[in-house]
Design a protein around this ligand. Structure first.
Ligand SMILES: [Zn+2]
Length: 253
């Protein structure tokens, strides 16, 4: 996949990096990323992915803009209140980088539509705000064998992890949260700048994964404490009895 003269100019600051170069930029152009959730995480990650030249972006979000979103979601304006986030995010991407093919789904991801919405992507970035949806996205990603980048923020804590095969996100959080559909941000609060930090970090992890920069981040949980400003890394371990990625037969459940 070659780059046009316009793209060589647009991505000049990438291409001059030895770790990216023309080959890395072509990998970004060829990449298909699904972003689930255009809220606090997505609103920071989507502009970074669009700017980086990800060739195909799918934006999945069934929400409309609420006044309380504007504290942390810089994709949206006061005049956008009541309008669908997926459509607004797509319009932003089209203005930012008209070379990107954007597909939007302005409906909530559900067990009925998840596989159809997520199939055919090279990476899924989950920035949703509740465990039930995260587990649904993770289980679907595992079954479709698509790497999953999970990013979450609440209060002052951010966490980002890249999953591919084992361990999966369900190994990490367990089965207790499948019925938990609460909006954790609404209940517990979140610092607006934290979601931006976590969303931009997730975009960085996605870009280095697509290009192939640095050590493989799969299976490492990155934790950020916005109060102390400390980053920590933990190695995640597979749960051998995980019902999604575990080795036991599904009929044993
Ligand atoms: Zn698992």
């Amino acid at each position: 996949m070659s780059l046009t003269d316009d793209e060589l100019d647009r991505y000049a600051r990438h291409i001059v990096l030895p770790q990216v170069g023309g080959v890395g930029q072509q990998r970004l152009k060829a990449a298909r990323i699904a972003v689930v959730g255009a809220g606090g995480i997505g609103a920071a990650a989507i502009p970074a992915l669009a700017g980086a030249g990800i060739g195909q972006l799918t934006i999945i979000d069934g929400d409309t803009v609420d006044l309380s979103n504007l504290q942390r979601q810089p994709l949206y304006r006061t005049a956008d209140i009541g309008l669908p986030k997926a459509e607004l995010a797509a319009a932003f991407v089209a203005d930012r980088n008209p070379r990107i093919a954007v597909t939007t789904t302005a409906e909530r991801i559900t067990p009925a539509n998840a596989a159809a919405l997520l199939a055919g992507h090279d990476l899924i970035l989950d920035g949703t705000d509740n465990f039930a949806t995260r587990l649904l996205v993770s289980d679907t990603a595992t079954r479709l064998a698509i790497p999953l980048l999970s990013a979450a923020a609440q209060q002052f804590q951010g966490q980002i992890a890249l999953f591919r095969g084992q361990p999966c996100y369900r190994c990490f959080v367990g089965d207790a949260f499948d019925a938990d559909d609460c909006d954790t941000c609404a209940e517990l609060g979140v610092l607006g700048a934290l979601t931006g930090t976590v969303g931009a970090f997730a975009a960085l992890v996605a870009i280095r994964f697509i290009v192939g920069i640095g050590p493989d981040a799969v299976g490492t949980l990155h934790l950020f404490d916005g109060a102390s400003l400390a980053w920590r890394q933990l190695r995640l371990v597979a749960d051998p009895s995980c019902r999604t990625c575990g080795s036991h037969d599904a009929t044993d459940r």
